[in-house]
Design a protein around this ligand. Structure first.
Ligand code: CP3
Length: 341
């Protein structure tokens, strides 16, 4: 039995005695203790494949920031790698794929049999679950099919993801084949994470914002739906950054929670997704402000969301140059907040 299951209760739509809170990208980035571990390995990928170290950095934010959940330290790009498309993580630049997907042959070569390749993630989950000793839930995660597709075609980060979008217009049939392969891999991956102990899972659609609503309906939503329909044992959080146009449709899926970025007003999200628990959505830049402004902005947001069917978070991952003391203060403000509804 979990000692603190506030996030799971909120995800299931049950009442909670206070608002639960965690931070996207809480593991790594802002913690000096993470930098220490990171500086003692050859590179990011060595860390991602080392269950003992993963366990250590996953627990750090629980110990230091006092968040209501742990999120397993990994990356969304382990899926393309397990499918056969290797990536490099270039220091202070980000991911780079030496080979990208261009043709039918490239798509045909990809494997969907990913579970055997990802034993290091599953071992890490088991180890971390044990080390957590039921203190808080463990969040598993994967990239959304559209976001993974974007990296596999583009080969690196991009402002426009225009190469990835080009395929939607020039070869939609091939795009669908690739999206389906990614989706099948992702479902097997998330199901295995759950078997190994993940209590809830989040699907990150970080590049949803480059798609129009019509494109999201055609190339992203059906695959998000497949994932929601396949995951039956734990709550699913859908987070599509900058896709404010899709809340109504997400409300009709089998997800439990909808993650929101800061461009969406809480009241608007409530009216467009009335049956789901909402998660978010403080602008990560608020954590650059002084403590009195952090408190003011956070409490304004909490008041607007109300205390039930709500999980507090930022509207995207915490930025790497944020002072972790400010992040810690944000968590404290949420935990001490008393709502009147
Ligand atoms: O939330 C957590 O703390 C768990 C760990 C986690 C990482 N990546 C570790 C990481 C999670 C949930 C992710 C998800 C991820 N990875 C996303 C979706 C979330 C989002 O922010 O939109 C995306 C788009 C990626 C791809 C990725 N991985 C990029 C663009 C980069 C480089 C820049 C950066 O720091 O985000 C990474 C590397 C990465 N993944 C780091 C960490 C801690 C930094 C690498 C390092 O320590 O050297």
């Amino acid at each position: 039995m979990l000692k603190n299951d506030l996030i799971l209760k909120a995800a299931r739509g049950e009442n909670t005695e206070r608002i639960p809170v965690w931070l996207m990208r809480q593991a790594g980035r802002i913690l000096p203790e993470y930098r220490y571990v990171r500086n003692n390995v050859a590179g990011f990928k060595e860390l991602v494949k080392n269950p003992e170290l993963i366990c250590e950095v996953t627990l750090q934010p629980v110990d230091i920031l006092d968040v209501d959940a742990a999120i397993i330290f990994s990356d969304i790009l382990v899926i393309p790698e397990a499918m056969g498309l290797n990536y490099e993580m270039i220091e202070s630049k980000g991911p780079f794929f030496p080979e990208t997907i261009k043709s039918q042959q490239d798509v045909d070569k990809l494997s969907i049999d990913v579970v055997a390749q990802l034993h290091y993630v599953f071992d890490s989950i088991k180890l971390t679950k044990n080390a957590l000793n039921n203190r808080v839930p463990l969040i598993g995660f994967a990239g959304a099919p559209w976001t993974i597709f974007s990296y596999m075609i583009e080969g690196k980060g991009s402002k426009t993801f225009s190469n990835a979008k080009k395929m939607l217009y020039t070869n939609p049939e091939l795009a669908h084949q690739l999206l389906q392969k990614i989706t099948s891999s992702t479902i097997a991956y998330l199901q295995e994470q759950i078997k190994c102990g993940a209590d809830i899972v989040q699907v990150f659609d970080s590049w949803a914002g480059v798609l129009s609503k019509a494109q999201y309906l055609e190339f992203a939503l059906p695959y998000m739906q497949q994932i929601c329909d396949a995951i039956k044992d734990v709550p699913v959080i859908l987070f599509a950054k900058d896709a404010h146009y899709i809340l109504n449709e997400f409300n009709e899926t089998n997800c439990s929670v909808i993650g929101l970025d800061w461009t969406i007003e809480p009241q608007k999200a409530r009216s467009e997704a009335p049956t789901k628990t909402l998660q978010g959505n403080l602008d990560p830049c608020v954590l650059y402000a002084d403590k009195s402004n952090i408190k003011k902005e956070t409490e304004k947001m909490l008041q607007a969301f109300g205390s039930q069917k709500y999980i507090c978070n930022l509207g995207h991952g915490v930025y790497p140059d944020v002072d972790f003391e400010k992040a810690k203060y944000f968590i404290e403000v949420v935990k001490n907040f008393k709502t009147d509804n």
